[in-house]
Design a protein around this ligand. Structure first.
Ligand SMILES: CC(C)(COP(=O)(O)OP(=O)(O)OC[C@H]1O[C@@H](n2cnc3c(N)ncnc32)[C@H](O)[C@@H]1OP(=O)(O)O)[C@@H](O)C(=O)NCCC(=O)NCCS
Length: 162
């Protein structure tokens, strides 16, 4: 198996239309299950596509199948955030997510960041395991009392100096 990352292109909207409506994925990520309209999908996708600051990549298996999306973005000059979904469930738990994260970390090293941070649902054990395998360490919980869909997250960080 070979994982590669490539930049987004306009026709990729079809993947996001599917993933952003997948209840399994939504339960593991935002928790917001209300169906998203075509208009909203278009608006969010176009925002990603035209965003010059955040780095969005599609995850490809064997240079053929699009299986997910990974993004990294500036939080501060020293801290970079990262998010990932493997959108196709049949590809979960096969090491592809960790592989994509390691590739992204290599790319992130080319910038001047010192740390990479992420937030994950405390009960998303598969994700937490994958992040740990890649070298992320838990660094406490953060509460979002106003967010009924995601009231608490586990924060994890990766030290780029190590
Ligand atoms: C999270 C995600 C990116 C991880 O990618 P992946 O390819 O599935 O993960 P990997 O196979 O690289 O690693 C998963 C690890 O968790 C382990 N695991 C799976 N289910 C588990 C569970 N219920 N409890 C504990 N560990 C579990 C696997 O055994 C594997 O570890 P191993 O390689 O030591 O056996 C992917 O599963 C995904 O996108 N899920 C849906 C969306 C999501 O949760 N995104 C993250 C939001 S923060």
């Amino acid at each position: 198996m070979r994982i590669i990352l490539r930049k987004l292109k306009p026709s990729d909207i079809k993947y996001f239309t599917k993933w952003w409506r997948d209840r399994f994925l939504l339960k593991l990520t935002s928790g917001v299950l209300k169906p998203i309209s075509n208009q909203e999908v278009e608006r969010c996708f176009n925002k990603m596509l035209s965003n010059k600051k955040d780095q969005h990549r599609l995850i490809l298996l064997n240079n053929k199948n699009v299986i997910g999306h990974i993004a990294f973005y500036r939080i501060t000059d020293k801290i970079c955030g990262i998010q990932i979904i493997i959108g196709e469930k049949k590809y979960w738990g096969k090491g592809y997510g960790s592989s994509a994260i390691r590739i992204a970390l290599k790319e992130i090293r080319e910038y001047k960041y010192k740390k990479v941070c992420l937030e994950v649902r405390p009960d998303n054990l598969r994700a937490i395991e994958a992040y740990k395998k890649c070298g992320f360490k838990p660094c406490g919980f953060k509460k979002y009392p106003k967010n009924e869909f995601l009231p608490i997250v586990l924060k994890m960080f990766y030290d780029l100096k190590e």
